[in-house]
Design a protein around this ligand. Structure first.
Ligand code: FAD
Length: 472
């Protein structure tokens, strides 16, 4: 028997559910990846993510070639390319790993139906999460909508079985032998290089492995370091998890076996990721802009256009928020603490609809993932799955003093503020004029004065939410 493995967000050749099952069940396995124009057409031509994928696909192709096989790389609509390829190759079954985003589910249904008319089977597997869909449910059989009890249920169920690797090598001799086919260039896909290389973000399986090795040594310190953007605290693996250049089982197993406060906290974060995937699976309407909590669906946010622009460009006059926004603009990454601060600020200080911010992050983040991004934004806007009440409002100055106490991170991305001392840098508008002169920094000219007054906006937003919640 012959089968086709369709790679998507699982760009690796080890511990891969679909590849393992295909190799085990068939005598000849062909591998393919499609640069899907249904996705690519909407992206800017120098999108970092396309370059990341392209580099990772190239590495995967070489790795499969070294093992005697190949990766066929196509460019077109996946819904047409895959059925066409399956038919030309004469395979009996197409294997892939499940994707939980509504658009991907729809795409896979289309492909599956099309294959069905050709008499070809379509099989999908859990691969990108530890637990999926309805594996973790409440005692009454409903999905969890609060993280902590969900996490506790996961930890009770977690065992070797759920974390063990798929031994792809055992059947690797079933890879179909063929003359290597060329890899289309990035230019032929109508994309250009971005600044990915300058960012020194390693791509592909090798990049994911290198980052994880580096992080494994730091994992014991993760809990203490993770909230400080000036420190090398987190793993920076999100983009690799997004495109499957690492295996979630490998990461989770390492943390689970290592134990201790750092590893446990990190495992929690991996479970947040699973949590948002299952929220998306059970509540696909959140992907269409609906609030998880219906009472907050229609908050009449004033949505000031110029305030939004100032936020996007990192010119709000609040240094930590501006540093965060400049980080995402320059690098496509933003530290988790800053995502919470910048998102909370957009909604609760600038009174702008969270969906605007969600869209901006979706465009910019190299690790953009619909489930985590939507979950994060709804968390920040208090419209989502959160045990905290809606009146939790971050104070951008206090956050700055607490999480960037020496202003190191701010100085990196907001160089105008370099002359300020460690105390002044968090709220530079409070620096007396004479001292501003001495520093050579005039607030309102060299760096913006705050675009809003936090205390005033706090009252306004509380009133908006109070009214919305009373309509419950
Ligand atoms: P680490 O701290 O090393 O964490 C390890 C992994 O756990 C991450 O790579 C990620 O896969 C997962 N993880 C960590 N925190 C979360 C979380 N809160 N929710 C879900 N998964 C988590 N993460 C994305 O991967 N894509 C997004 O588009 C995204 N958008 C976000 C938007 C907002 C408003 C917020 C508040 C958070 C968002 N996150 C998103 C979650 C989190 O900020 C990033 O996963 C994290 O900063 C990535 O850095 P890291 O890999 O170094 O994380």
């Amino acid at each position: 028997t012959k089968s086709l493995v369709w790679f998507r967000r699982d760009l690796r050749d080890y511990d891969h559910a679909a590849l393992y099952h295909a190799l085990k069940d068939s005598e000849q396995v062909v591998c393919a990846f499609v640069f899907d124009t249904d996705i690519l057409d909407g992206l800017p031509r120098d999108d970092r993510r396309v370059e990341f994928i392209w580099e990772s696909v190239r590495e995967l192709k070489l790795a499969l070639q070294e093992r005697g096989g190949d990766l066929l790389v196509r460019h077109g609509k996946a819904t047409e390319e895959i059925p066409a390829l399956a038919s030309v190759l004469g395979v009996e079954c197409v294997y892939c790993n499940r994707d939980y985003e509504p658009a991907a589910v729809k795409r896979d249904d289309t492909v599956s139906q099309q294959l069905g008319t050709q008499g070809i089977a379509f099989k999908s597997f859990k691969d990108q999460v530890i637990f999926e869909r309805d594996e973790i449910m409440t005692k009454s059989g409903t999905p969890f909508s609060v993280f902590t009890p969900y996490k506790n249920a996961c930890l009770r169920k977690l065992d070797d079985f759920h974390l063990k690797a798929y031994p792809v090598d055992r059947y690797i001799h079933h890879l179909a032998q063929s003359a290597p086919q060329p890899m289309p260039s990035l230019e032929s896909l109508a994309f250009a290089r971005s600044n990915l290389k300058q960012l020194r973000l390693p791509t592909g399986m090798s990049g994911g492995m290198a980052l994880f090795e580096d992080f494994s040594e730091r994992m014991p310190r993760y809990r203490d370091a993770r909230d400080f953007p000036a420190l090398k605290g987190p793993s920076y693996l999100s983009v690799h998890l997004r495109f499957g250049t690492v295996s979630i089982r490998h990461l989770a197993r390492t943390a689970w076996q290592q134990g201790g406060a750092g590893a446990e906290t990190w495992l929690n974060e991996l479970l947040w990721r699973d949590f948002y995937f299952q929220v998306l699976y059970h509540h696909p309407q959140v992907a269409e802009g609906h609030s998880f909590k219906p009472e907050f669906e229609h908050i009449p946010f004033p949505n000031g256009e110029s305030l939004f622009k100032a936020w996007c460009e990192g010119r709000t006059g609040y240094p930590l928020v501006d540093a965060a926004m400049r980080q995402i603009n320059q690098t496509g990454y933003m530290h988790n603490r800053l995502r919470m601060v910048a998102a909370g600020f957009l909604v609760k200080d600038l009174l702008i609809d969270w969906r605007w911010g969600e869209r901006y992050f979706a465009e910019k983040l190299i690790d953009f993932d619909l489930a985590a991004n939507n979950g994060g934004w709804q968390w920040a806007a208090s419209t989502g799955c959160d045990a905290q009440p809606w009146f939790r409002i971050f104070n951008p100055v206090t956050q700055s003093e607490k999480f960037d106490p020496e202003g190191k991170f701010i100085r990196k991305y907001v160089p105008e503020l370099q002359p300020c001392d460690d105390k002044e840098i968090h709220a530079p508008w409070l620096i007396p004029p004479l001292r501003q002169q001495a520093l050579g920094l005039v607030i309102g000219k060299d760096y913006p004065a705050p675009v809003v007054d936090h205390a005033m906006r706090r009252e306004q937003v509380l009133s908006l939410y109070r009214q919305a919640s009373s309509r419950k």
